[in-house]
Design a binder for this molecule. Sequence first.
Ligand code: HEM
Ligand code: HEM
Length: 212
Amino acid sequence: MNRIKRIIDILMTIALMCLMAYQVTGEAAHEWIGILMVLLVIVHQVLNQKWYTALFKGNYHAYRIFSTIINVLLLISFTLTAISGMAMSNHAVPFLYGIISVNTARVMHLAFSYWSFILMGLHIGLHVNVMTSKMPKNVKAVLSIVMLLVAGFGFYLFIKSGIINYITFTTHFAFLDYEKNKALVFFENFAMLSFFAFIGHNVAEMVRNIDK
Ligand code: HEM
Ligand code: HEM
């Protein structure tokens, strides 16, 4: 079961990296990967259904409140991203084209895709301990130094990228650089995701200390 969970986690992360590289994949592939991502996220929810059944049981301590807020916001943001994407579909699900006015869908998709990206980074950060629990100590130590450097670079890229304007609905069109090296597009998105994972992980550690 845990093995299947880990495989789904990795597939979702790869799909997310491809979705955020819209200028590399082009529209048709983007739509199909978007559909695949929706299916993976549904499987991920089924595998974690215990969380849903326990939602209204037990006490809410600081860490549980924090992680619940992230999960609920992520679920809402991801659903809005998927629906608005489908409302603009020309390839994968064209019969859903226009279920929301395409102008509204465009603005929604831009803002909520980046919100989902940020929230997924934070969410991954909350689960770093689970995902690395089987790694030897020295591998973990090297990995944490590398990730610190990558996350630092990710912070710089995030400030420079204009994503802040997308998530605050200030800019209604994405400025995607189609000339940029394709591998670099992936690496830069990965660095930004790592920055949010780093924040998620460290805030979670602080909040866990409050509980102690
Ligand atoms: C819309 C997207 C997603 C939603 C709504 C979501 C929701 C959830 C929920 C409700 C749980 C159980 C409660 C918890 O432990 O916090 C969970 C666990 C987890 N999530 Fe996600 N998640 C999403 C995407 C991702 C992605 C992209 C990753 C990538 C690594 C991921 C990694 C994990 C991990 C490692 C766990 C612990 C259990 C497991 O491995 O399945 N999640 N998620
Ligand atoms: C579910 C996760 C998804 C994420 C994270 C995501 C992310 C993105 C990003 C970053 C862009 C480029 C910025 C923009 O122009 O808005 C984009 C554009 C686009 N996406 Fe998605 N997307 C997702 C799902 C989908 C799905 C399921 C579809 C359709 C089936 C779709 C259709 C489109 C279209 C048509 C565009 C071009 C929008 C335009 O011309 O303004 N997306 N998406």
